[in-house]
Design a protein around this ligand. Structure first.
Ligand code: FAD
Length: 336
């Protein structure tokens, strides 16, 4: 085969989309089922920028780079929504609210508004909340499904686990999967947090994130996706009334690591308390956890894997893959 994509989340199906007119034989393998990883477990916030606020991003990456990243994530949003071509995914673009939890965050958010406006982006600070009017929300698993359905029959193989990849003699990559072997002209790892399980040298840290969902609540408790405490806490209410609450891993930072995807009582009690503070009366119907992949730079690792010809990575989305993955998937393909 020409290209093997490993991983069936938003990144894997975005790669299929970008590859659709570029290679003859493309196969995506997913060890469980499409959107089984973080892509089917996330909060569905479609946010511009990196995990940090814009003022922090400018300090970390410099003004020009921070501005380019912001623009890139806005483009990611537009292109991903265009690619699903109106298929139902609970998509709305009413903006997002970032709520200052204290004076330090308020100062940074106020500065973020000034910097964003100077750089030509819309943002409004009212003393407590920074509104980003171009943000949105969607059902992430529905987006993944919509993109997956666009690939020709037979392209996606669920229940296939890649156990090792080898490069060496010849230009093909040797792939071991469930006791069998095959050769691919090129392999792209869309395995986000799980990438070090295949290639330990790739520096991506797995971190757990937890959420809950309520039954539909009759009251309108939240109008737009809301972020707070430097992104560690977040909630939104669906059009149909269900409330999603997630985060609080900063309260158990060193525990919320690794690949264990079971929710814990400690974090879930914080999520329950937030649901109560919002005034929700509907009961909790779902509790879950997922694994995010963090990099040292706070930016995804996208491109060739050092020392492994024809192997690429597109991973490490730092808890913001819905904002980055679709457009990031263009990069390894453009460089092939
Ligand atoms: C609770 C939670 C809330 C979040 N909220 C948001 C949010 O609101 N907005 C946002 O932008 N981001 C959010 N994120 C982050 C976002 O979900 C991820 O950044 C994004 O889904 C990463 O997509 P991915 O396709 O790269 O990885 P994943 O969706 O994790 O997909 C990787 C896939 O690879 C498969 N795989 C791994 N190893 C192998 C192998 N060896 N062989 C075959 N298959 C393999 C896995 O089974 C998995 O399905 C959240 C994450 C969590 C957990």
């Amino acid at each position: 085969m020409d290209v093997l994509v490993v991983g069936g989340g938003i990144t894997g199906v975005s790669l299929l989309h970008q590859l659709r007119n570029r290679a003859n034989e493309i196969v995506l393998v997913e060890r469980a089922y499409i959107a089984a990883g973080a892509s089917g477990r996330n909060a569905g916030f479609l946010l511009a920028g990196v995990a940090d606020n814009y003022a922090k991003a400018v300090r970390t990456y410099g003004r020009t780079r921070a501005r380019d990243i912001w623009q890139m994530t806005l483009d990611n949003h537009d292109m991903m929504v265009e690619a699903i071509a109106g298929q139902p995914a609970g998509y709305r673009r009413l903006g997002s609210a970032t709520l200052a939890a204290g004076d330090e965050e308020a100062g940074e958010l106020e500065e973020s508004q000034q910097l964003l406006n100077e750089d030509g982006f819309k943002a409004k600070w009212d003393g407590h909340v920074l509104m980003n009017p171009r943000d949105g929300e969607a059902n992430p698993a529905a987006i993944v499904g919509a993109l997956a359905r666009q690939s020709p029959p037979g392209t996606i193989r669920e229940g296939v686990s890649v156990t090792a990849i080898e490069t060496g003699s010849g230009s093909d990559v040797l792939v071991h999967a469930d006791g069998a072997e095959c050769r691919a002209g090129c392999v792209i790892l869309a395995t986000n947090a799980y990438t070090p399980q295949l290639l330990a040298e790739i520096a991506i840290q797995p971190r757990r994130a937890q959420m809950l969902a309520s039954a539909p609540d009759a009251a309108r408790l939240s109008t737009v996706p809301t972020y707070s405490n430097f992104g560690y806490r977040y909630w939104r209410q669906l059009q149909t009334g269900e409330v999603l609450v997630g985060g609080w891993r900063d309260t158990a930072y060193n525990v919320e690591v690794g690949y264990d995807e079971r929710p814990t009582d400690g974090i879930q009690s914080h999520l329950d308390a937030q649901l109560k503070r919002m005034g929700a009366e509907a009961p909790v119907t779902h509790r879950w956890a997922g694994t995010m992949g963090f990099t040292e730079t706070g930016l995804p690792l996208v491109g060739p894997v050092a020392g492994m010809p024809n192997v690429y990575a597109c991973a490490g989305f730092n808890g913001h893959g819905m904002g980055f993955a679709f457009i990031s998937a263009k990069q390894p393909i453009d460089s092939m």
